[in-house]
Design a protein around this ligand. Sequence first.
Ligand SMILES: NC(=O)c1ccc[n+]([C@@H]2O[C@H](COP(=O)([O-])OP(=O)(O)OC[C@H]3O[C@@H](n4cnc5c(N)ncnc54)[C@H](O)[C@@H]3O)[C@@H](O)[C@H]2O)c1
Length: 248
Amino acid sequence: MSEAKNVIVTGAASGIGQACARDLADEGHLVLALDLSAEALDAAHPGAGNSLVPFAGDVSNPADCENAVAAAVDRFGGLDAMIHFAAIHSSVPWSELGADEFNRVLAVNVTGSFLMSQAAARPMIAQGGGSIVLTASGIVHIGGVGGAGRGGPAYASSKAAIIALTRSLARSLGGDGIRVNAIAPGATETAMTAGYTEEARANVRNVAALGRMGRAEEIADAARFLISDPASYISGEIMNVNGAASFA
Ligand SMILES: NC(=O)c1ccc[n+]([C@@H]2O[C@H](COP(=O)([O-])OP(=O)(O)OC[C@H]3O[C@@H](n4cnc5c(N)ncnc54)[C@H](O)[C@@H]3O)[C@@H](O)[C@H]2O)c1
């Protein structure tokens, strides 16, 4: 394990974020686990000790992002890393997609990623460095049509924006010693993919060379690596974690 770090994990009440927050705390890091509901966080992390602090907040709300970062700095004495998984899904197909749904998805998935990063970067700059991991998706390689629980155009577009945001922040913050990367998971067994039909699951098995969907822990492991000391020269990178999914 690299040196113990003070970390914020968003989307920590479910799926990949839940696994990441739990595994970081188990490994000896101090984790502020952010999600929308305190009840959901308590259910996801029963009996969490001092190393995992639940924080209820909405990442599309600037004040909540600032408050979460302030709480982590206050409680832990600093902030070394922010791993951002919080996002919403949208399976609405193009013909039914309206401005309200599109803007709702962008507000959480894109603006929320920026707001959390901006808030986290400030104490990292004061501290002399840090690490941020955002979450894109394998869907950006092929786009998404929606339906059957799969991502549609609004979700796919929101995840594509994360790539440009990651590279922009890596360039903006590199001079302050802050690394910014993203992971791009392939289809992973979580609440987000619970609506997949058997046909959609079979399609994932066909496109992934490993012949199966990912597990939340496997995606979380990649993010944990990216904030670790052995990743000290990796920045601006989009890491695919998708079982060698072929989109050709
Ligand atoms: N599961 C997949 O197949 C898959 C594939 C590619 C990318 N991803 C990405 O991985 C990340 C994690 O996804 P998951 O599968 O674990 O999803 P999930 O639905 O299981 O968990 C997402 C969590 O984010 C929280 N959240 C949603 N909106 C929020 C907000 N405004 N403020 C705070 N928290 C909020 C939810 O409450 C939920 O606990 C997401 O960014 C998702 O887009 C997932």
